[in-house]
Design a protein around this ligand. Structure first.
Ligand code: GDP
Length: 208
C-alpha cells in the first residue's frame, strides 16, 4: 500500500495561470532530466506509476500537481539540463520556474534531486537560490547512490553539505533501487507538510 493511500494526480500546468489553487501546503521536486526525479517520487510515495520514469517530450515542460491528502500536494517540476533544448523552450522553462517560486505561498520546501555521480550543477544551485530567497527549506537527494561506493558517497555528501553550509539546505544519499534513504526523505517531506508518523517504521503517515 502507498504511504499516501489517497495520492492522486490533480493537474498539469504548462503556463503560469494554470497552477493548482495556492492553498494548504506543497513540496516541490526538481532536478536535471535523468537525475532520477520521477523514480524518487515513485519510491517516496510507493506508487510505481505516479510520476513517469524516462521522459516524453510533451511532459518535460509541465508542472504536475499531485494531492497526497486534501490541501497537501507534491509538485513535480519540469526537469532541466537537456543539451538539445531550443532556446525558446529553455526561456519558457525559466519564466515558468521563476513565476512558480515567486508567487507560490503554499510552497513549504524543495526536494532537489542531484545525481550522486555528478554533484551540484549550476542550474541546481539556481533552484536552491530561488527557494531560499523565499525563506523556504530545501533538501537534496543525492540519487542513484547504489552506483557509487560507500566512500565516494560520503565524499559527495560532505562536499554537498559544505557547499550549502549556513543555509536552510540539508542533504542525504538516496537510491530508489537499494531503498537507501527513502524513509529519511519521506520524513523530511512529512515534516514540511505537517504529517506525523502514526507507527514508527510502518511507512504510514497521518495528518498532524
Ligand atoms: P528523471 O528524468 O529525473 O525523472 O529520471 P528518471 O526517474 O526517469 O530516471 C532516469 C534513469 O535513471 C532511469 O533509467 C532510471 O531507471 C534510472 N534511475 C533512477 N533512479 C535510480 C536509482 O536509484 N538507481 C539506479 N541504478 N538507477 C536509477
Amino acid at each position: 500500500m502507498s504511504t499516501y493511500p489517497h495520492v492522486k494526480f490533480v493537474t498539469s500546468a504548462a503556463e503560469a495561470h494554470q497552477l493548482a489553487p495556492d492553498i494548504g501546503r506543497e513540496v516541490a521536486f526538481a532536478g536535471r532530466s535523468n537525475s532520477g526525479k520521477s523514480t524518487a517520487i515513485n519510491a517516496i510515495t510507493q506508487r510505481s506509476g505516479l510520476a513517469r520514469v524516462s521522459r516524453t517530450p510533451g511532459r518535460t515542460q509541465l508542472i504536475n500537481f499531485f494531492e497526497l491528502f486534501p490541501e497537501r500536494r507534491l509538485v513535480d517540476l519540469p526537469g532541466y539540463g537537456f543539451a538539445k533544448v531550443p532556446e525558446r523552450v529553455r526561456l519558457h522553462w525559466l519564466a515558468l520556474m521563476q513565476h512558480y517560486f515567486n508567487v507560490r505561498e503554499s510552497l513549504v520546501g524543495l526536494v532537489l534531486i542531484v545525481d550522486s555521480r555528478r554533484g551540484l550543477g549550476e542550474q541546481d544551485v539556481a533552484m536552491l537560490e530561488w527557494v531560499l530567497a523565499r525563506d523556504r527549506e530545501a533538501h537534496i537527494l543525492l540519487s542513484k547512490s547504489d552506483k557509487i561506493n560507500r566512500s565516494d558517497g560520503q565524499r559527495v555528501l560532505k562536499e554537498t553539505l559544505a557547499a550549502c553550509a549556513d543555509t536552510a539546505v540539508s542533504a542525504q544519499l538516496f537510491s530508489a533501487l537499494s531503498k537507501q534513504g527513502t524513509l529519511q526523505a519521506r520524513d523530511v517531506m512529512d515534516r514540511w507538510l505537517g504529517f506525523e508518523r502514526r507507527e514508527a517504521g510502518s511507512g504510514r503517515a497521518g495528518q498532524a
